[in-house]
Design a binder for this molecule. Structure first.
Ligand code: FMN
Length: 118
């Protein structure tokens, strides 16, 4: 498996892709993506590397500072906090994502979480 991912990273790099978005869904119960795999992509792929999955502000800041990636993508916390950047900057409390509203059709769970000013 490691060899497969290594080959994939090299091939994607050779093809000049602008970025890879590597998703680790272990915070949602999926098997963890080993840190060695993420580091290998970082080493072999010269384009931008985006990491995501279960990030809070502390881990986002530290992974960026350590050069593990160029960008962090955030899913559930952004759904639940339309003003997530403001909250992260100010240290304000976060709305908790409601799993029961994931993947529904319509606005519920997508546009009805309160911002700090509401
Ligand atoms: C309601 C919902 C819808 C999502 N839709 C997509 C999607 O369409 N495509 C995709 O690649 N990932 C999708 N994701 C996954 C997120 O992009 C992200 O990888 C995942 O939520 C893990 O990041 P997080 O821990 O910051 O939430 C979705 C996640 C949620 C909760």
């Amino acid at each position: 498996m490691d060899a497969d991912y290594h080959y994939l990273a090299r091939q994607l790099d050779e093809r000049g892709l602008l970025y890879i978005h590597l998703v680790d869904h272990s915070s949602m119960g999926a098997p963890e993506v080993p840190s060695s795999t993420k580091a290998m992509f970082r080493k072999e792929f010269k384009g931008a590397l985006i990491l995501s999955g279960g990030y809070d502000v502390a881990r986002a800041e530290s992974d960026l500072a350590e050069g593990k990636c160029d960008l962090i993508a955030v899913g559930r916390l952004f759904l639940a906090n339309p003003d997530l950047v403001t909250r992260w900057k100010s240290g304000a409390a976060l709305n908790a994502p409601d799993m029961n509203t994931f993947y529904l059709t319509g606005p519920k769970g997508y546009t009805d979480y309160p911002s700090l000013s509401q």
